[in-house]
Design a protein around this ligand. Structure first.
Ligand code: ADP
Ligand code: NI
Length: 209
């Protein structure tokens, strides 16, 4: 029942968000992470907790300090201190930051990071990218703007690039950052979907199809 309590609390925190970081993102990351975890010998409770809590202290969404949302939810759900520490160690390393991505040390953390990155690619990833672009007033595409890979954190966050460029700057690169072999295979399938989409997009843009 602990999981139900945690799910309700995370749902309440994300209720107002429509930017692609809503509770459904957390739910997909949770399901994907559990699916990856089945193929490895790891602690499923840690995977589940870290997946459910991985975004509750994201600085882009919340102004909490020292992972206080995650700590509070785990304390209220009666999670023991050692488990809570392992979960915090994972979520503190999770986010993709320009080119300086960090990898969680534990296998459980690597699995949750893979699941989070998988949610940025494939059909869901395409939908999220255009939803994000619309939300931030970005152009879909502008042939005069070239993709800019290898940006640092500040440039990555502040630039006003097109959504199509985001595929070349980040989304197509994620498959090579997968930690686990199982997630890498999933990422390769999802990347093929994006490549087919981009080829079709350019054909239609240029009037070839
Ligand atoms: P996270 O903190 O989960 O790594 P972001 O906040 O960078 O993610 O991104 C959330 C979602 O919005 C992802 O699906 C990502 O691909 C998409 N996104 C982020 N930046 C852009 C952008 N410049 N253009 C289009 N989509 C973006
Ligand atoms: Ni996430």
């Amino acid at each position: 029942m602990t999981k139900k309590i945690i799910i309700e609390k995370v749902q309440a925190l994300f209720a107002p968000d429509h930017s692609g970081h809503d509770f459904f993102h957390t739910e997909r990351v949770y399901r994907t992470a559990m699916g990856i975890a089945e193929h490895y010998s790891c602690n499923c409770e840690i995977v589940a907790l870290a997946a459910l809590l991985h975004d509750v202290d994201d600085p882009k969404l919340f102004s909490t300090k020292d992972y206080s949302n995650a700590r509070k939810i785990m304390a209220e759900a009666g999670i023991d201190g050692e488990t809570a520490r392992e979960v915090i160690a994972i979520i503190s390393k999770m986010s993709f930051r320009g080119t300086g991505a960090q990898v969680p040390e534990s296998l459980e953390g690597k699995i949750v990071q893979d699941a989070d990155r998988l949610d940025a690619i494939g059909a869901i990833g395409i939908a999220r990218a255009f939803a994000y672009g619309g939300n931030h007033n970005r152009k879909m595409h502008d042939p005069a703007q070239r993709p800019n890979t290898g940006m640092d954190e500040d440039t990555y966050r502040s630039q006003k690039g097109t959504t199509i460029n985001h595929f070349y700057e980040k989304l197509l690169l994620l498959k090579d950052l997968m930690n686990t072999e199982y997630a890498k295979t999933m990422a390769e399938n999802r990347t093929q979907i994006m490549e087919a989409f981009l080829a079709e997009f350019m054909d239609e843009w240029d009037g070839r199809r």
